[in-house]
Design a protein around this ligand. Sequence first.
Ligand code: DAH
Length: 356
Amino acid sequence: MTELDSLVEAARGSFAQAQTPADLENAKALYLGKSGRITEMMKGMAALSVEEKKTFGAAVNVAKQGIEAALTARRQALADAELAIQLKAEAFDVTLPGRPLTQGGLHPVSLTLERIEQIFGSMGFEVAQGPEIETDWFNFTALNTPEDHPARSMHDTFYVEGGSEAAPNLLRTHTSPMQIRYAVQHVKAHRAAAGAPSEGLYAGEMPEIRVIAPGRTYRVDSDATHSPMFHQCEGLWVGENVSFKDLKFVFTDFCRTFFESDDLVLRFRPSFFPFTEPSAEIDIQFQTGPLAGRWLEVAGSGQVHPNVIRNMGLDPEKFIGFAFGMGPDRLTMLCYGVNDLRLFFDGDVRFLSQFQ
Ligand code: DAH
């Protein structure tokens, strides 16, 4: 093997060892670079005779072409290998089945609220929304609730910043303040329309007040059947000739429609609330199914107290009505047979997705 042949062999060997394009360029410099072996040989030819130049020059050229061919081949091999790695890293399996899109749904209590609104809506009730941060006036005082009522205690109610020291703001403990808020607006609008003075108790013409007010309510309370945040739905019907009989009819009709059960029985059990007189708890009893035979409390109710009628801006000699407050969370539990209220508010999709 000539010296040139072994030079080409050596170049092939070091090109083969190069693992990256940078290594390869370094190896190339040793042979074809400015002071590489081939370049040096060509420079050295100046000292040779014409005859020697011819033969030696031709041989060096053959060697140079051999080295260049080896270099090109290795460059291509390295580029191919790099591409192969890249393709492998980016590969995805087009035959895999797609991931299903999960679809969200309404919370079970929202489903109940929708049903409540729909059923009372069909009986001509409006739906009103009100603030969750309330004043002492709307939550207690306007509802005829005395200063020493236990609901006003720090232990039962979340007081928040705002209001005065004597009458701090609070997270509403029930939806009943909406009775006052809604009625006051209603009365204001209709007494203006009737051209009556804006002061004093109103005793003129007015369309009946018929409204429900669903929403979140708050109390310092937590166990399997009480949550610090829970829902209520208030109902109010005030007119010139609204009686307890209407309350019984409306609420019975609501319960039977809600629970889709015609033989559901209701009981109005005498009770006390500061804002109603007389007052009653409403219990229901299923005649069939797992809860059959038990009395289940679902709402408080009563005839609106004359002081509350006054705080609405109405003359209690002329206007009379009934109110009720029910627990949509409780209705949802009864509807689906859920025994722990807290499950509704833990936010666990394994529980919540069962209602879709
Ligand atoms: N606000 C009462 C409560 O939270 C429930 C209630 C009772 C509402 C009687 C009423 C009513 O409208 O008339 O316990």
